[in-house]
Design a protein around this ligand. Structure first.
Ligand code: AMP
Length: 190
């Protein structure tokens, strides 16, 4: 089984690229952000707790997303691997993921990191806010907080996967097709 991590700042295009990647390589795409948004939409207890944190641009507790991921791993059949989008987002989550996979004799295949400059992060998010209507995209101070959180808590993951020699960086600027060609070129190697 392949276990890919799709990494990058908010607005880098992870969600946009994930569908084509999942289809081409028969992967189950797991977006923790989307899973949390469906919990909110369904009005579950978990959704209610997550909503306050998400709407403020903060992360939900590690244990919440870790158990979501584990449940998905357990219930998904018939795929050649998984594409993790928005997870791990902290070093603690990255370590737990390694432990989860190790138990089954598996490991992370690669961390595919889509990189765009900070200025483009703002541009892309305000564009998406107009299309998708996500509450956490709409207010500039919330977007700022998510970018701060990314730099403080999520960016250190880059070092973690570099040390494990699993880090691959992709230039996320340009058209959707240009970016997915770069990604496919890289993934064909694994
Ligand atoms: P995303 O759709 O990936 O931008 O995620 C939207 C929001 O969901 C984030 O700003 C966090 O509040 C929450 N979230 C998603 N994934 C995680 C994660 N792995 N750890 C903690 N919070 C998460």
């Amino acid at each position: 089984m392949k276990y890919y991590i799709l990494f990058g700042p908010p607005g880098a295009g992870k969600g946009t690229q994930a569908g084509a990647m999942a289809e081409r390589y028969n992967l189950c795409h797991i977006s923790t952000g989307e899973l949390l948004r469906s919990e909110i939409a369904a009005g579950t207890e978990l959704g209610k707790q997550a909503k306050t944190l998400i709407d403020a641009g903060n992360l939900v507790p590690d244990e919440v997303v870790e158990s979501m991921i584990e449940a998905k791993f357990r219930s998904t059949k018939g795929v050649d691997g998984f594409l993790l989008d928005g997870f791990p987002r902290t070093i603690a989550q990255a370590k737990v993921l390694d432990e989860m996979l190790e138990k089954h004799g598996e490991s992370v295949t690669a961390c595919l990191s889509i990189m765009i400059p900070d200025a483009m992060v703002h541009e892309r998010i305000s564009h998406r806010a107009a299309i998708e209507g996500r509450a956490d995209d709409a207010r500039p101070e919330i977007v700022e907080n998510r970018i701060r959180t990314y730099h403080a808590k999520t960016e250190p993951i880059i070092r973690y996967y570099k040390d494990a020699e699993k880090y691959c960086e992709i230039d996320g600027t340009g058209s959707i097709t240009e970016v997915h060609d770069r990604i496919f070129h890289l993934m064909d190697r694994f």
